[in-house]
Design a protein around this ligand. Structure first.
Ligand SMILES: *[C@@H]1O[C@H](CO)[C@@H](O)[C@H](O)[C@H]1NC(C)=O
Ligand SMILES: *[C@@H]1O[C@H](CO)[C@@H](O)[C@H](O)[C@H]1NC(C)=O
Ligand SMILES: *[C@@H]1O[C@H](CO)[C@@H](O)[C@H](O)[C@H]1NC(C)=O
Ligand SMILES: *[C@@H]1O[C@H](CO)[C@@H](O)[C@H](O)[C@H]1NC(C)=O
Length: 357
């Protein structure tokens, strides 16, 4: 019998497979910190009707203060239903106390990223932001329409170094994959000096590589795909940037959808969005060590469900049965604050705790 020959890469693969098979994932618990929305136009927190999908912008001068970059949207002037919306924009709202439950009122002057370029003429959506060095890297969806009037989503980049609460100081780089028709939802991970990753897109979560956080190269691999037999069967979409756990691996939160028959008032709407997690290898974040069997967070309260059983919220939800996450903050070892939205209409706040053993 010929002796079994192993080259280095197959050895590494075997080591990785045995490690991931032996990896025991930690237990996780996510709890709401408020039973009412923390930002809602129905509580007069904003001049815009819908306030959702917020990125967490850490502030450099006061590490306790946070700013949210909030996707804001109102009805069109000629709207006939609560679903006839105008363009989305990205606006700033700052926390006003240490509970993170109260924020400055949002009005027109708080808009940081407007729909003022051709590639984002139909709207700017879904911010995710990372502070690296002294620079903010903001990835967001730029919506436009092509020459045939077909809507097109492109993941776009803007950066800022100084006085970033002023829209004048943001520099636009435009779409990062100009040759790709559809891309969105970018979670940027600055892993080390040489390896920086972008986990992005919906339907499946793809991987791109970057050296300078400005230029991105598509790879052909995926970080996560949908699973037909799980809660994430219809769609997976990146959450915010992965953050480290005490075992040196990364926790990655991802948004997901499955089909549902729960009755709601939005015509033809039959998806429910839930939050999932994956643990990424701290030495090679493209390797998934573990993935949630069940959602860690789901639409439960009236303003998260907005279905026909949700009382006044049945008629307030732009998109029923959605919770969605684009911003979080580590507050202690294995403890995180998670800003989430309900029904594409309001913002809420929860705490996530991770327990080993
Ligand atoms: C609604 O009309 C006002 C005034 O006519 C205009 O300034 C505004 O841009 C319109 N809003 C939308 C969302 O079309
Ligand atoms: C605080 O930091 C933000 C960005 O981190 C900056 O835009 C703002 O101007 C700073 N405020 C003060 C008072 O320095
Ligand atoms: C992103 O997902 C869309 C479908 O939602 C797909 O058409 C597109 O090719 C994907 N883009 C990349 C770069 O994988
Ligand atoms: C950076 O990360 C890559 C991928 O995990 C790894 O191969 C490389 O050795 C790391 N570099 C340093 C300097 O740690």
């Amino acid at each position: 019998m010929a002796p079994l020959k192993l080259n280095t890469s197959s050895l590494l693969l075997i080591i990785f497979i045995s490690y991931s098979l032996s990896y025991v994932p930690p237990r996780m618990e996510m709890k709401r910190l408020s039973n009412i929305p923390i930002i809602s136009s129905w509580d007069s927190n904003s001049d815009f009707l819908y306030n959702y999908n917020s990125a967490l912008m850490p502030t450099v001068n006061d590490s306790n203060a946070v700013a949210l970059l909030v996707r804001v949207q109102s009805l069109r002037n000629d709207s006939k239903t609560i679903y006839d919306v105008g363009p989305s924009k990205i606006a700033l709202s700052r926390s006003i106390d240490n509970t993170y439950l109260k924020y400055t009122h949002i009005s027109q002057q708080d808009i940081l990223i407007d729909n003022d370029q051709e590639y984002q003429s139909i709207g700017t959506e879904d911010p995710r932001i990372v502070l690296f060095g002294n620079t903010y890297y903001l990835l967001y969806t730029a919506l436009s329409s092509d020459s045939q009037g077909i809507w097109r989503a492109q993941l776009a980049l803007a950066t800022c170094e100084l006085n970033c609460f002023s829209k004048l100081n943001w520099k636009y780089y435009g779409p990062i994959f100009p040759n790709v028709f559809w891309s969105k939802s970018g979670s940027l991970l600055v892993h080390n000096e040489t390896h920086r990753y972008l986990f992005f897109n919906d339907s499946n979560i793809a991987i791109a590589l970057t050296k300078d956080l400005i230029h991105y190269d598509l790879s052909s691999s995926f970080l996560l795909k949908t699973r037909p037999d799980h809660f994430d069967s219809a769609l997976v979409e990146a959450g915010p940037q992965p953050l480290k756990l005490s075992d040196n691996n990364y926790l990655f939160l991802y948004n997901s959808a499955r089909h549902t028959t729960i009755p709601n008032l939005k015509p033809n709407w039959n998806l429910q969005y839930n939050l999932g997690w994956a643990i990424l290898n701290g030495d090679d974040p493209t390797q998934v060590l573990a993935r949630s069997e069940q959602p860690i967070f789901s639409p439960e309260l009236d303003w998260e469900r907005c279905d026909t059983q949700s009382g006044e919220w049945a008629n307030r939800g732009l998109t029923p049965l959605v919770i969605f996450i684009e911003g979080w903050k580590k507050t202690d070892e294995n403890r995180f604050l998670v800003w989430y939205q309900g029904c594409d209409s309001t913002m809420g706040l929860a705490e996530l705790r991770v327990y080993f053993s």
